[in-house]
Design a binder for this molecule. Structure first.
Ligand code: GLU
Length: 417
């Protein structure tokens, strides 16, 4: 949702302003909706392996908790900024409301490059960050989860640090944990699996056949890999994938499990047997049925939107398309399925993990996947039906549902004092 000219937070506010005007939300309520309730910036001095001391910056933005505890991931990336984290936190508020789970929205991040850090340095930074925000998080306050370049191990360190501070074990303070520590079956795959389910529902609604449909996936991290594998099992032809080092193309179709093994061996998808090498720009502009951006934000912009040849874009990543690009795609008849719907499978299974934890239960993968499937199918149907009825695009429809539910919650709670 970030823009070409403006910063990501201003852009997200701009979108809500349009949405608020259509929904009879008065200016005061609009101000509440766009204002993050709490914003934390922490400095993290870390002794690196070579003995040098480096000070990193971390953020946790708690956007809105009108519908329940704050919820959202923590990302580690050298381009993390306060504006980005604020817009992502806001996105979590609408995402949780859109799929109707009892959470508000938050996001965190640390400005760092994990590719240049040892496992020990990552552990130190995670533990120091958790300590600094420990008084603001908690199972009924704010529940972090993984995001870009964080994973189950990161969550295990966060859980341990928080538990040490509390003096007892608190698995329910974070989701996306390793299964042996109270993590949910199916959580690691949930975002990618959810992307595939939403893509399948989109195809069905458009009367497109999934079998042999061509799919291009940008990003081969947790989301991209799991989306690719699920779509492959549904009969789609994965003709292109990429990672931060490069992109590959095979019109006959790639086997994502084999590409993943190649990436584990060599560090990149590049050089996969029988594939043609492309640039990231070329990959995005490939002719295909479905384009699934599952990497960074700001990938489809004013610059390349006019060259996109996909019929449908399903946003696996958060904020991959700028507002200006949205308009170009719409004018060109490309259907866009927005991030807050397309990648909501991750936070849905985070919610299931939290429910299991607070009830001291552990459910089977079948149970988890059934609930994920049911939730995504009904959320998709809600958006699709309202889009058809109101003649809005899918992003505006999804925002209208999410923002509308949060606005209702704020009205019911009233203002204190
Ligand atoms: N980081 C993921 C997202 O952007 C998951 C958040 C969560 O599970 O709390 O939706």
């Amino acid at each position: 949702m970030s823009g070409d000219a403006k910063n990501p937070y201003d852009n997200a506010c701009g979108q809500i302003k349009i949405c608020a005007a259509q929904m009879d939300i008065d200016p005061g309520l609009y101000e509440i909706l766009i204002s993050p309730k709490m914003v934390h910036t922490v400095s993290l001095p870390i002794k690196m392996d070579n003995g040098e001391i480096k000070v990193f910056t971390g953020y946790r933005v708690q956007h809105n908790d009108a519908r329940g505890p704050y919820k959202g991931g923590i990302r580690y990336h050298h381009e993390v900024s306060m504006d980005e984290v604020q817009s992502l936190a806001m996105g979590m508020t609408w995402k949780c409301a859109l799929i109707d789970i009892p959470y508000g929205g938050a996001k965190g991040g640390i400005v760092c490059n994990t590719k240049e850090m040892s496992i020990g340095e990552k552990e130190h930074i995670t533990r120091r960050y958790t300590t600094m925000i420990s008084q603001f998080i908690g199972p009924y306050r704010d529940v972090p989860a993984p995001d870009m370049y964080t994973d189950a191990q990161t969550m295990a360190w966060m859980m341990d640090t928080y538990s040490v501070i509390q003096g007892y074990s608190v698995p329910e303070v974070v989701t996306g944990k390793p299964i042996g520590l109270g993590g949910s079956e199916g959580r690691a795959e949930a975002t990618g699996r959810g992307v595939a389910i939403i893509l399948r529902e989109t195809a069905k609604s458009l009367g497109m056949k999934l079998k042999d449909s061509t799919v291009v996936i940008q990003g081969f991290g947790n989301v991209g890999v799991n989306a690719a594998m699920t779509l492959y099992s549904m009969g789609c032809r994965i003709i292109g994938v990429s990672d931060s080092r490069g992109a590959i193309y095979d019109p006959v179709g790639l086997n994502p499990s084999k590409v993943f093994s190649h990436k584990l061996e060599t560090g990149s998808v590049e050089g996969f047997q029988g594939s043609e090498k492309l640039t990231n720009e070329e990959l995005l502009e490939l002719e295909c049925d479905f384009l699934v951006p599952s990497a960074l934000g700001n990938q489809i912009t004013l610059k390349n939107a006019g060259n996109i040849k996909a019929k449908v874009i399903v946003e696996g990543a958060n904020n991959p398309t700028t507002t200006e690009a949205d308009k170009i795609l719409e004018n060109n008849g490309i259907l866009l399925v927005p991030d807050i719907l397309a990648n909501s499978g991750g936070v849905m299974v985070s919610y299931l993990e939290w429910v299991q934890n607070i009830n001291r239960q552990h459910w089977s993968l079948t149970d988890v996947n059934q609930q994920l499937e049911a939730k995504l199918v009904s959320s998709f149907k809600n958006v699709w039906d309202m889009k058809e009825e109101k003649g809005l695009n899918m992003r505006d429809t999804s925002l209208a549902i999410g923002v509308g539910r949060v606005a209702d919650a704020i009205r019911m709670l009233g203002l204190f004092p």
